[in-house]
Design a protein around this ligand. Sequence first.
Ligand code: BGC
Ligand code: CA
Length: 292
Amino acid sequence: MKIELVCDHICELGEGPVWDARGNKICWVDIVNGEIHEYDVNHRKLKTIPVHQMIGAMALKRNGNYVAALQHGFAFINRQTGEIKMIGDPEAHLSNNRFNDGKCDPAGRFWAGTMPFSEDSPAGSVYCLETDLSIEKKIGGVTVSNGMAWSHDHRTLYYIDSPSFEVVGYSYDVTTGDISGKRLIIAVSKEDGSPDGMTIDNEGMLWVAHWGGWKLTRWNPVTGKKLKEIALPVSQVTSCTFGGDHGEDLYITSAKIHLTAEQLEKQPLAGSLFVIRNCGFAGAACFEFAGA
Ligand code: BGC
Ligand code: CA
């Protein structure tokens, strides 16, 4: 597998890649720099939208704009003007928390989780922005809320709280958005680095990015067995998604935050966005937000 750089931009904390099939763009965030990056694959052009606060994750709306989980709550972001419309902040009272990873579910609700900046106490939660813009708390007691993916039969939510070194599953009701029955799906070994972002491929297998692990892994969620490892030239691998014309290009984000000068010497590409074109696997583009 050939790992290529998408462009030479380096993020502090690159995360949350989303393939925009209409525009042929790969979009991702730099959480701590508060930026959305969009790279036009056909015209090889990078555009950056500043959001003026930290941004944990975003998803596309059906009209092409973004719904996002910003440091101060859920928001809509106009892609052309950069205008930000705040929707609501379920953690206005928790100034030591910020939003981290998030994604839309198959019914077009936007889910995103929070974490304390200190990453050392279960003060975070997972919230769901419903299509009527109400906000519901779904999971409590989370330390570093991270990857999410839904099974193709829409009956399971796969979820990662990084310090648990687990991918867990919840029974998921697509009609109501209710989750129940938490169970272990994958136990990640400490040597692999902590599980971070996640996506699912067309065969229903899970792809997990490993923070501190220099790799991406593919797993069978039914057996809990690892199927594949892809080594990367950076240690802080944060997330991945499929994109490209046939969903066969695998985009991978990374971070350089907190790495020392000495560490960066060994991984000068830390913080880059990578792609493995025609990776031999495929996945669908992320679900879009179905609200107004
Ligand atoms: C967070 C980082 C955190 C890492 C741990 C990332 O998603 O943004 O702050 O250190 O996960 O896995
Ligand atoms: Ca993440």
